[in-house]
Design a binder for this molecule. Structure first.
Ligand code: ARG
Length: 461
């Protein structure tokens, strides 16, 4: 049995044999957690600054640590840093290199700290930055939605229920529905940020530390709003990451619904929009094809984000306090959720800016579905007929128009009067699409005037 090489293993003294290569690979996280390197160094520098201020390490140690970390940053940025599986994770890789560069000061960095509170701090810092990126991207996407909604504030579109023509809406109004979804998504991310933005460092392994540390000072240095109050909770919970994945699942669900609509609207049977060629691909066999790959993929990627939420919930459900190695499995679902949401929002801002509408096809579709039937019923109701009777009379009129193969507005006054004597020649204003739209003139309604007002309110917010 060979003696472990103490230059390689941080904890070699305690062990009688080295790890097998398989166990090393199985337990290491450096391949995926090295993306935390900036946060790891930032948190280490804050910790070291506090240690020196509290006279737990010497000023010279702090100076050496700062000098060494600057070199580590240079090496990582230049791509010359050697990441080693033997050193398990991002934390041990950086600490080891620091020690090689500056000697004993590097070995003093871990005083009063554990990888358990270290990793919890790094993830929170990383996630906080990711949320800030996502909030900026949501804002950008919302602005693109508003731009298009403003341009199409008065463009009539068949509104569907059950995917059948229901009532006219404006395309602008339809887009504003997605704006509202994104507004709530942004609120959820911002809310999750508040709970993410707390400092675990100082919890050490699980119980705190015997050194006279100053956690509030470290929290201030790192821009945290406060410290995690309980050391066991600080190192072991990942509810902030689960909340993030839940918010991610919801925003992806919204984008997936929009994707589905874009795909349908692009189909020539609808022909409502064109999306720019840069978001489409062709077919290797069918020369005529232009496929909406980007919205299709967004719809598809929604599934993996749902999966990550479920993975994290399941990861946590059976864990006793405090830290367990299970928690190392939090990173890949979290990172992939961040990447997927970030990329999807970035691409959707551009995608929406590249949508061009085909209003003549939207109007054609409206003429085929008796979209103003409700308006006719409301008209009769205003003239004194109880709504249920009006509904029945219009039902008969629609059946008649359908048999004739024409829209309600194409029936003669005499024909319409056959269904109700209350019909007069002012009925035709009511039966037009534009009349129907203009009539829905209240907050939250589809009248072009209201759409423009909603856009103005949204821009002010
Ligand atoms: N790589 C570990 C993780 O991601 C760091 C913490 C390890 N702590 C420990 N006691 N083994 O969770």
């Amino acid at each position: 049995m060979s003696q472990p090489d103490s230059s390689q293993y941080t904890w070699a003294g305690r062990f009688a044999e080295p790890m097998s290569d398989l166990v090393k690979r199985y337990t290491a996280s450096v391949d995926f957690d090295r993306r935390l390197w900036r946060q790891d160094i930032r948190a280490s520098l804050a910790h070291a600054t506090m240690l020196a201020r509290q006279e737990i390490i010497a000023r010279q140690d702090l100076a050496d640590i700062e000098r060494g970390m600057a070199l580590v940053v240079e090496e990582i940025e230049a791509g010359t840093f050697v990441w080693s599986l033997d050193l398990e994770d991002v934390h041990l890789n950086i600490e080891k290199r620091l020690t090689t560069l500056v000697g004993d000061a590097g070995k003093r960095l871990h005083t009063g700290r554990s990888r358990n509170d270290q990793v919890a701090t790094d993830i929170r810092l990383y996630l906080r930055d990711a949320i800030d990126d996502i909030l900026a991207l949501l804002d950008q996407f919302q602005n693109r939605l508003l731009d298009l909604a403003e341009k199409e504030a008065a463009t009539p579109l068949p509104g569907f229920t059950h995917l059948q023509v229901a009532q006219p809406v404006t395309f602008g109004h339809h887009l504003l529905a997605y704006f509202e979804m994104m507004r709530r998504d942004a609120e959820r991310f911002a809310d999750c940020r508040r709970r993410t933005n707390r400092l675990p460092l100082g919890a050490a392994a699980l119980a705190g530390t015997s050194y006279p540390i100053d956690r509030s000072f470290v929290a201030d240095l790192l821009g945290f709003e406060g410290v995690c109050e309980n050391s066991l909770d600080a190192v072991s919970d990942r509810d902030f990451a689960i909340e993030f994945c839940a918010a991610s699942a919801l925003v992806m669900m919204h984008l997936s619904r929009l994707s589905e609509e874009l795909v349908l609207w692009m189909n020539p049977r609808f022909g409502f929009i064109r999306i720019a060629d840069r978001f489409c691909t062709g077919s290797s066999i069918m020369p005529q094809k232009k496929n909406p790959d980007v919205p299709e993929l967004a719809r598809g990627k929604t599934g993996r984000v749902y999966g990550h939420l479920m993975a994290l919930l399941t990861l946590m459900k059976g864990q006793p306090l405090a830290y367990n190695k299970d928690n190392q499995e939090d990173k890949e679902p979290l990172f992939d959720s961040i990447d997927t949401v970030t990329d999807t929002l970035r691409i959707f801002a551009d995608l929406i800016a590249g949508v061009s509408t085909r209003p003549e096809n939207m109007r054609d579709a409206l003429r085929q579905g008796f979209a103003t039937a409700t308006d006719l019923a409301d008209y009769l109701t205003r003239k004194g007929l109880p709504f249920r009777d009006a509904h029945a009379a219009v039902g008969l009129a629609v059946r008649h128009a359908e048999e004739q193969g024409v829209d309600l507005a194409a029936l003669s006054l005499a024909d319409l009067q056959g269904f109700s004597p209350l019909v007069a020649d002012d009925v035709f204003a009511v039966l037009t699409v534009d009349g129907s739209l203009a009539a829905r003139n209240h907050v939250g309604g589809t009248a072009p005037e209201q759409v423009l007002a909603a856009i103005a309110r949204a821009r002010r917010a």
